[in-house]
Design a protein around this ligand. Structure first.
Ligand SMILES: Nc1ncnc2c1ncn2[C@@H]1O[C@H](COP(=O)(O)OP(=O)(O)OP(=O)(O)O)[C@@H](O)[C@H]1O
Length: 595
């Protein structure tokens, strides 16, 4: 469990008119010196690039015109020096930025992970995991790449273009003006194309998430797909999404190609304008031959900054879209947040007071008007038909969901007022679908209590009858496969039960945790559990009569309401519905009771 967060996310708060990408500035602030250094070096690089054409002009008018070989040698050395300085600056800039942006990406990713851990179950149910993964991996990667070189290149190239145009206007104003006029339609076309590119970018990035979701779901459910012989069906579903992504990618690329071509051809058009202007300038005696060389080489030096502008602008648009998508997750409201109260001496008295719960997307409440009190050490079994709301009810106790009406009180304190870390350390939970993580059996067992000592682990393993862990190839240090797939369903359930017991909870919530066990193992586990449950308040979802026998009392849940509460014997005698619910195990239950 994550410790309570002591600082807020570094992301700047949303404000009207503030672009999502600007909200990442606080992450950048930590590396401001690297950014400042890089942005100071960028204009220096531009100055060097512009100095080279000026120097070439000076060589033509100076040493070449005067046939001065020594001076020519010095000029050539100066040119070489400028080239080396340019390469050196660009190496240092990249070196600094790649380090800084990798750390920034890691910081944002960590905060995003933390945010995802804190978001309530409702959020995770309504978002496809592939969408979240693509935001966490590809969108953040794209943002990093843009920060690391796209941003600086865009800055450098813009300065380069402005400096060259200014030099031209100053040296030969009508040629400079002609260049400026030629630029206007290109700027307009670029803005129109960029608007459309932005929309396509968003579509491509969303569809990348869809493809990731589809792949994740099919890989996760590969056993079900194979056993139903639905590999072709899964393939078609994936193919459909992947084709849609490919088509959107092609549409985006088409648009980008138009933009890139326009911007690549544009310097050649400018070259014509400049050549005509310069020819008139030289023949009219306004320009020297050296000036003409300077003009032409200056213009040629624009080929890369202008040509790459299309790529960089589309890169910036994609980065802005990526920032929007990441910020959407950061902005999702956390509705289940920690309270501040603490229970000094927890006893485990659990009280449901007029509890109602309705899912956001449901039209009717799933649970309504539930009242039930469990005294410390008491165990209550929850029995009810499929969909009657048992799992929903037990999810309310550790606040995986929050009540929408009424209250749940632990030792008299509303669970919403309790410190969330304390609440979850007081409640041990094991579900029917036990999720195990790709780590050792020991780490899986001690997930809720990393400081547990060997004897405590051994006791929890004994109670849950999970002794098989000691027979694994490396015992407790055996790494379990993804979701513990290398274990059987019953073994995973027992491991998850041991994990819940190890927390040393005051309240143990078991949501049909023993369903995958054979009848003998279940009996053994229950026998051992009885002693554990003796001091712990238990709430046990039960489908089998044998599980019900663990409990002091039974609550029958019908369509979201508690219809009956009583001992197993009382309910068997007086509630026909209860008998029907347990009919399959009825004889066993009766047998065990009379024994
Ligand atoms: N996210 C959700 N949005 C809307 N309704 C939901 C959602 N999750 C569950 N439900 C509905 O709430 C009802 C109660 O579900 P719940 O899983 O609590 O039943 P249950 O008694 O545990 O069933 P089972 O014994 O089959 O596990 C069901 O009708 C279910 O369809």
């Amino acid at each position: 469990m994550l410790p309570a967060r002591t600082r807020s996310y570094a992301l700047a708060p949303a404000a009207p008119g503030r672009a999502a990408v600007l909200r990442f500035l606080p992450y950048i602030a930590r590396f401001k010196w690297q950014f400042i250094a890089s942005f100071v070096m960028a204009p220096l690089g531009v100055l060097i690039s512009v100095a080279i054409p000026l120097l070439l002009g000076a060589i033509v008018d100076g040493p070449i015109a005067q046939r001065n070989l020594t001076a020519l040698l010095w000029f050539c050395l100066a040119l070489l020096g400028l080239g080396v300085a340019d390469a050196g600056l660009s190496f240092i800039r990249r070196w600094i930025m790649s380090r800084a942006t990798s750390h920034i990406e890691a910081d944002i990713r960590l905060d995003l992970f933390d945010k995802l851990q804190r978001l309530q179950m409702g959020f995770h149910k309504s978002w496809e995991s592939g969408q979240l993964l693509s935001r966490m991996m590809s969108d953040l990667g794209l943002l990093r790449r843009f920060m690391s070189f796209g941003l600086v290149m865009l800055f450098m190239n813009s300065i380069h273009i402005v400096v060259v145009v200014v030099i031209m206007v100053v040296k030969l104003w009508h040629v400079g003006l002609a260049v400026l006029i030629a630029v206007i339609p290109v700027v307009i076309a670029t803005f129109v194309l960029m608007g459309r590119f932005g929309k396509l970018s968003r579509r491509v990035q969303d569809e990348t998430g869809d493809v990731a979701s589809s792949a994740e779901e099919s890989l996760h459910g590969v056993r079900v797909i194979r056993s139903f012989g639905r590999a072709r069906y899964a393939y078609r579903g994936y193919d459909e999404r992947a084709t849609k992504l490919a088509e959107s990618g092609v549409a985006r690329m088409n648009l980008a190609s138009i933009l890139w071509t326009l911007l690549e051809v544009f310097p050649n058009v400018l070259l014509l304008v400049v050549l005509v202007g310069v020819s008139f300038g030289v023949s009219g005696g306004v320009l020297t031959l050296g000036d003409a060389v300077t003009f032409v080489t200056l213009l040629l030096s624009l080929a890369w900054p202008v040509g790459s502008l299309g790529y960089l602008l589309s890169f910036a648009r994609e980065a802005a879209t990526a920032a929007d998508r990441v910020v959407e997750v950061f902005d999702a409201p956390v509705t289940i947040s920690s309270g501040t109260s603490r229970i000094e001496a927890p006893a485990g008295r659990l009280e449901l007071r007029d509890v109602t719960f309705q899912f956001d997307d449901a039209t009717e409440p799933t649970l309504s008007g539930l009242n039930l009190t469990l005294e410390p050490g008491e165990t209550v079994a929850l029995v009810g038909g499929t969909g009657s709301g048992k799992s929903t009810l037990v999810s309310l106790i550790p606040r995986l969901l929050d009540v929408t009406g009424g209250q749940i009180l632990l030792d008299g304190v509303d669970v919403r007022d309790l410190d969330l870390v304390q609440l979850r350390s007081l409640i041990g939970t094991a579900f029917e679908e036990p999720i195990l993580f790709s780590m050792s059996a020991r780490e899986n067992l001690t997930l809720g209590r990393p400081e547990a000592i060997e004897a405590e682990i051994a006791e929890a393993v004994r109670v849950a009858r999970a002794d098989f862990v000691y027979d694994l190839p490396w015992g407790l240090d055996t790494r379990l496969g993804e979701q513990g797939l290398s274990l059987s369903g019953g073994q995973r359930q027992r491991l998850a039960l041991a994990r819940a017991i190890l927390v040393g909870p005051r309240v143990l919530v078991l949501d049909d945790t023993l369903s995958a066990l054979d009848i003998h193992t279940e009996a053994e586990v229950e026998e051992a559990l009885k002693s554990t449950l003796g001091g712990v308040t238990g709430i046990v979802v039960a489908h089998r009569a044998s599980t019900v026998l663990l409990a002091d009392r039974v609550a029958v849940l019908t369509e979201g309401s508690i219809a009956h509460v009583g001992t197993h014997q009382e309910l068997l005698a007086t509630v026909p519905e209860y008998r029907e619910l347990l009919s399959a195990d009825y004889s066993i239950a009766m047998g065990e009771q009379s024994a």
